[in-house]
Design a protein around this ligand. Structure first.
Ligand SMILES: *Cc1c(COP(=O)(O)O)cnc(C)c1O
Length: 375
């Protein structure tokens, strides 16, 4: 059994993928070929945003967004500690300060009440940093609570970046993930809900000034033409070949969303009555895209036991994330202490993820559920 099965999907659309790649090999425009604009237009329409700017990874999408907001040392960005390192790493790379606030124990997403509390605390006690924005993460494919996050941001004159690396295809109150903040950042890393065969990412925004800046920043801060450089940027373009692959994969993406919902609801139905495991909570306002199906064990020992029982039956699992960012060595300089963000720390000790992909069969799920019934 596979944790995420990319092979089955590839076999389904092999001809389309090969012909799209061959088209790129034939026209030879490996950098910014016609497939780039085609993909940007297609996904922009799908998300319902005004501008889409492809780039070389989800990390770069976040980085370019912060660059476009002119983030500099002395600026602080509020974010969640319960996420992949990339979310906060980009803040530190610019010399700014990541400020971690705790998560909601049910959704595992950033807790809006904690954001407000932290903004007030920083205003009252710190004159060395100024909060400029919020990066919210749609963890495991479930959008954070943007109505509340955007209201807080508006009140305090902050921007909101949506880290939608795991949530492309998800929905919040009728709106698509990637369109929920001022700028949405998608990742096309192979294992994400919509993945290419390498690295890739995209920024979505309704703000034309931001879109122009991000478009410039991804090509060395270009102005009117390639050798007119008006700002310090980077080389952050998406490869034409990856865009061609994504165009092929996107054709079956709507169908895969339906399949993901079916797989997840089978898990939800069969596991929700488990006496010792807690299944994911999805608020009525949202549809998760189920980048991961993550459940909670009673404690660290119980988790280890469940995972090893599954492993003995050839069923792979994973832990996202075993260590919250505020306790990572990379952020030691920020001097957080253990116990400071108790919800994240508790969840990190108990969470683990089951195999999840559109092509997981009912039989495979029955096997998983059977093993888990003995946990
Ligand atoms: C994967 C991921 C990223 C980074 O995306 P890459 O394309 O791998 O650079 C950022 N944030 C979150 C939450 C992710 O899961």
């Amino acid at each position: 059994m596979k944790f995420i099965d990319l092979e089955f999907q590839q076999k389904r659309i092999q001809d389309k993928i090969e012909s799209n790649i061959k088209t790129v090999l034939d026209h030879g425009q490996y950098i910014m070929g016609p497939e780039i604009a085609a993909l940007e237009n297609t996904l922009n329409q799908y998300i319902g945003s005004k501008h889409a700017i492809s780039c070389s990874s989800g990390t770069d999408a976040l980085f370019l967004s912060l660059l476009a907001y002119n983030i500099v040392p002395g600026d602080a960005i509020i974010t969640t500690p319960f996420t992949f390192i990339a979310t906060a790493e980009v803040i530190s790379l610019l010399g700014a300060t990541p400020v971690f606030v705790d998560i909601d124990p049910k959704t595992f997403n950033i807790d809006p009440d904690q954001i407000t509390k932290k903004i007030i605390e920083i205003k009252a006690t710190r004159n060395d940093i100024m909060v400029r924005g919020i990066i919210a993460v749609d963890l495991f494919g479930l959008p954070a609570d943007y109505d509340r996050i955007n209201a807080i941001a508006k009140e305090h004159n902050l921007f909101v970046i949506e880290d939608a690396a795991q949530s492309f295809g998800a929905v919040y109150k009728g709106k698509k993930a990637c369109s929920l903040g001022d700028v949405g950042c998608a990742s096309f890393f192979p294992a994400k809900p919509l993945g290419c065969y390498g690295d890739g990412g995209m920024c979505f925004t309704d703000n034309p000034v931001l879109a122009e800046k991000i478009g410039s920043l991804r090509v060395h801060g270009k102005g009117g033409h390639k050798y007119d450089n008006i700002r310090i940027g980077s080389n952050s373009r998406l490869d034409t070949i990856q865009a061609a692959i994504l165009l092929a994969k996107f054709e079956i993406f709507p169908e895969e969303i339906t399949l993901r919902q079916q797989v997840a609801s089978r898990y939800q139905k069969k596991l929700s009555n488990h006496p010792a495991l807690i299944t994911p909570y999805i608020p009525d306002r949202s549809m998760s895209i189920w980048a991961q199906y993550s459940i909670l064990a009673k404690n660290e020992v119980h988790r280890k036991d469940c995972m090893s029982k599954l492993k003995n039956h050839g069923i792979p699992t994973a832990v996202y994330y075993p260590k919250p960012l505020h306790l990572q060595g990379a952020f030691e300089y920020l001097q957080y202490r253990e116990g400071e963000l108790p919800v994240s720390e508790n969840i990190a000790k108990r969470i683990f993820s089951l195999p999840m992909h559109p092509y997981l069969t009912e039989e495979e799920q029955e096997d998983i559920i059977k093993v888990l019934s003995a946990c």
